[in-house]
Design a protein around this ligand. Structure first.
Ligand SMILES: [Fe+2]
Length: 190
Protein backbone atom coordinates (compact mmCIF):
# COMPACT_ATOMS: atom_id res chain seq x y z
CA UNK A 1 0.00 0.00 0.00
CA UNK A 2 1.33 3.41 -0.90
CA UNK A 3 2.38 5.51 2.08
CA UNK A 4 1.21 8.63 0.32
CA UNK A 5 -2.40 9.34 -0.37
CA UNK A 6 -3.14 11.21 -3.53
CA UNK A 7 -4.84 14.61 -3.30
CA UNK A 8 -7.94 13.09 -4.89
CA UNK A 9 -8.12 10.38 -2.23
CA UNK A 10 -7.67 12.91 0.58
CA UNK A 11 -10.41 15.04 -0.91
CA UNK A 12 -12.72 12.04 -1.22
CA UNK A 13 -12.05 10.86 2.37
CA UNK A 14 -12.59 14.39 3.70
CA UNK A 15 -15.86 14.66 1.79
CA UNK A 16 -17.08 11.31 3.17
CA UNK A 17 -16.11 12.32 6.71
CA UNK A 18 -17.92 15.64 6.43
CA UNK A 19 -20.98 13.88 5.02
CA UNK A 20 -21.08 11.51 8.01
CA UNK A 21 -20.56 14.40 10.43
CA UNK A 22 -23.46 16.28 8.79
CA UNK A 23 -25.73 13.23 8.99
CA UNK A 24 -24.80 12.54 12.61
CA UNK A 25 -25.21 16.18 13.60
CA UNK A 26 -28.65 16.31 11.98
CA UNK A 27 -29.72 13.02 13.58
CA UNK A 28 -28.64 14.14 17.05
CA UNK A 29 -29.78 17.74 16.92
CA UNK A 30 -33.11 17.61 15.11
CA UNK A 31 -35.94 17.91 17.61
CA UNK A 32 -38.98 18.30 15.36
CA UNK A 33 -41.11 15.60 13.73
CA UNK A 34 -39.10 15.35 10.52
CA UNK A 35 -41.78 13.65 8.41
CA UNK A 36 -44.39 16.16 9.48
CA UNK A 37 -42.12 19.12 8.73
CA UNK A 38 -41.23 17.62 5.35
CA UNK A 39 -44.94 17.27 4.50
CA UNK A 40 -45.60 20.90 5.53
CA UNK A 41 -42.61 22.15 3.53
CA UNK A 42 -43.63 20.18 0.45
CA UNK A 43 -47.16 21.62 0.70
CA UNK A 44 -45.62 25.11 0.91
CA UNK A 45 -43.38 24.30 -2.05
CA UNK A 46 -46.40 23.28 -4.18
CA UNK A 47 -48.14 26.54 -3.25
CA UNK A 48 -45.00 28.54 -4.14
CA UNK A 49 -44.65 26.88 -7.53
CA UNK A 50 -48.28 27.70 -8.28
CA UNK A 51 -47.52 31.33 -7.41
CA UNK A 52 -44.59 31.31 -9.85
CA UNK A 53 -46.84 29.99 -12.64
CA UNK A 54 -49.63 32.45 -11.86
CA UNK A 55 -47.33 35.48 -11.82
CA UNK A 56 -45.60 34.37 -15.02
CA UNK A 57 -48.99 33.93 -16.72
CA UNK A 58 -50.02 37.41 -15.56
CA UNK A 59 -46.72 38.82 -16.82
CA UNK A 60 -47.28 37.24 -20.26
CA UNK A 61 -50.85 38.55 -20.43
CA UNK A 62 -50.02 42.08 -19.32
CA UNK A 63 -46.67 42.94 -20.85
CA UNK A 64 -48.28 44.60 -23.87
CA UNK A 65 -50.49 46.85 -21.81
CA UNK A 66 -49.48 50.50 -21.44
CA UNK A 67 -48.63 50.16 -17.77
CA UNK A 68 -45.32 48.36 -18.07
CA UNK A 69 -44.59 48.82 -14.39
CA UNK A 70 -47.35 46.36 -13.49
CA UNK A 71 -46.07 43.71 -15.91
CA UNK A 72 -42.58 44.22 -14.48
CA UNK A 73 -43.95 43.84 -10.97
CA UNK A 74 -45.55 40.51 -11.95
CA UNK A 75 -42.17 39.33 -13.23
CA UNK A 76 -40.33 40.49 -10.10
CA UNK A 77 -42.87 38.67 -7.93
CA UNK A 78 -42.57 35.52 -10.08
CA UNK A 79 -38.79 35.53 -9.59
CA UNK A 80 -39.10 36.09 -5.83
CA UNK A 81 -41.67 33.28 -5.54
CA UNK A 82 -39.22 31.03 -7.40
CA UNK A 83 -36.52 32.03 -4.92
CA UNK A 84 -38.84 31.03 -2.05
CA UNK A 85 -39.49 27.71 -3.79
CA UNK A 86 -35.74 27.15 -4.12
CA UNK A 87 -35.24 27.85 -0.40
CA UNK A 88 -38.01 25.41 0.53
CA UNK A 89 -36.65 22.72 -1.81
CA UNK A 90 -33.14 23.17 -0.38
CA UNK A 91 -34.39 22.83 3.20
CA UNK A 92 -36.44 19.73 2.27
CA UNK A 93 -33.29 18.16 0.82
CA UNK A 94 -31.25 19.16 3.91
CA UNK A 95 -33.79 17.33 6.08
CA UNK A 96 -33.40 14.20 3.96
CA UNK A 97 -36.63 14.60 2.02
CA UNK A 98 -37.36 14.88 -1.65
CA UNK A 99 -38.78 18.13 -3.03
CA UNK A 100 -41.99 17.46 -4.98
CA UNK A 101 -41.71 19.79 -7.95
CA UNK A 102 -44.99 18.98 -9.70
CA UNK A 103 -48.22 17.59 -8.38
CA UNK A 104 -51.42 16.61 -10.10
CA UNK A 105 -53.30 19.30 -8.19
CA UNK A 106 -50.89 21.96 -9.47
CA UNK A 107 -51.31 20.95 -13.09
CA UNK A 108 -55.11 20.87 -12.83
CA UNK A 109 -55.20 24.26 -11.10
CA UNK A 110 -52.90 25.90 -13.61
CA UNK A 111 -54.77 24.44 -16.62
CA UNK A 112 -58.10 25.73 -15.32
CA UNK A 113 -56.52 29.15 -14.79
CA UNK A 114 -55.18 29.21 -18.33
CA UNK A 115 -58.64 28.38 -19.62
CA UNK A 116 -59.92 31.74 -18.39
CA UNK A 117 -59.63 34.14 -21.29
CA UNK A 118 -61.52 37.07 -19.87
CA UNK A 119 -58.96 38.18 -17.33
CA UNK A 120 -58.60 41.89 -16.84
CA UNK A 121 -55.63 43.62 -15.29
CA UNK A 122 -57.68 44.44 -12.23
CA UNK A 123 -58.87 40.82 -11.88
CA UNK A 124 -55.28 39.59 -12.15
CA UNK A 125 -54.15 42.00 -9.43
CA UNK A 126 -57.08 40.95 -7.25
CA UNK A 127 -56.33 37.25 -7.82
CA UNK A 128 -52.69 37.85 -6.87
CA UNK A 129 -53.61 39.86 -3.78
CA UNK A 130 -55.97 37.11 -2.60
CA UNK A 131 -53.27 34.50 -3.20
CA UNK A 132 -50.72 36.59 -1.27
CA UNK A 133 -53.09 36.96 1.68
CA UNK A 134 -53.68 33.20 1.69
CA UNK A 135 -49.95 32.66 1.48
CA UNK A 136 -49.33 35.00 4.44
CA UNK A 137 -51.92 33.13 6.53
CA UNK A 138 -50.38 29.77 5.54
CA UNK A 139 -46.83 30.86 6.42
CA UNK A 140 -47.99 32.21 9.79
CA UNK A 141 -49.64 28.84 10.52
CA UNK A 142 -46.55 26.99 9.32
CA UNK A 143 -44.21 29.09 11.52
CA UNK A 144 -46.48 28.47 14.49
CA UNK A 145 -46.55 24.76 13.69
CA UNK A 146 -42.76 24.45 13.44
CA UNK A 147 -42.50 26.41 16.70
CA UNK A 148 -39.21 26.34 18.58
CA UNK A 149 -38.16 22.87 17.49
CA UNK A 150 -36.49 23.69 14.18
CA UNK A 151 -34.87 27.14 14.17
CA UNK A 152 -33.30 27.01 10.67
CA UNK A 153 -36.66 26.14 9.08
CA UNK A 154 -38.41 28.75 11.21
CA UNK A 155 -35.93 31.50 10.27
CA UNK A 156 -36.26 30.61 6.57
CA UNK A 157 -40.08 30.72 6.80
CA UNK A 158 -40.01 34.04 8.63
CA UNK A 159 -37.83 35.49 5.86
CA UNK A 160 -40.30 34.28 3.23
CA UNK A 161 -43.22 35.72 5.22
CA UNK A 162 -41.61 39.19 5.27
CA UNK A 163 -41.40 39.21 1.48
CA UNK A 164 -44.93 37.83 1.06
CA UNK A 165 -46.24 40.71 3.20
CA UNK A 166 -44.34 43.14 0.96
CA UNK A 167 -45.94 41.52 -2.11
CA UNK A 168 -49.42 42.04 -0.67
CA UNK A 169 -48.65 45.70 0.17
CA UNK A 170 -47.33 46.33 -3.35
CA UNK A 171 -50.41 44.76 -4.97
CA UNK A 172 -52.72 46.85 -2.78
CA UNK A 173 -50.86 50.00 -3.85
CA UNK A 174 -51.03 49.00 -7.54
CA UNK A 175 -54.78 48.36 -7.28
CA UNK A 176 -55.35 51.71 -5.60
CA UNK A 177 -53.27 53.62 -8.14
CA UNK A 178 -54.75 51.91 -11.22
CA UNK A 179 -56.18 54.45 -13.71
CA UNK A 180 -59.97 54.31 -14.05
CA UNK A 181 -59.87 53.09 -17.66
CA UNK A 182 -57.75 50.09 -16.65
CA UNK A 183 -60.19 49.13 -13.93
CA UNK A 184 -62.65 48.14 -16.66
CA UNK A 185 -62.84 44.43 -17.37
CA UNK A 186 -62.53 45.01 -21.12
CA UNK A 187 -59.08 46.59 -21.09
CA UNK A 188 -57.62 43.88 -23.31
CA UNK A 189 -60.10 44.80 -26.03
CA UNK A 190 -60.87 41.24 -27.06
FE1 LIG B 1 -45.73 36.45 -2.77
Amino acid sequence: MSKKLSLANIHSLRKQALHHIDEDALAFSYNADRQRVLKLLNDALAAQLLCVLRYRRHYSLSKDVQLKTIAEEFLVHANEEQWHADQLAERIAQLGGEPELATEAMIITECSAQAREDESLVSMLQEDLLAERNSIANYRRLIHSVGERDYPTRRMLEGILVLEEEHADELEELLESLPEELKKDTWRGD
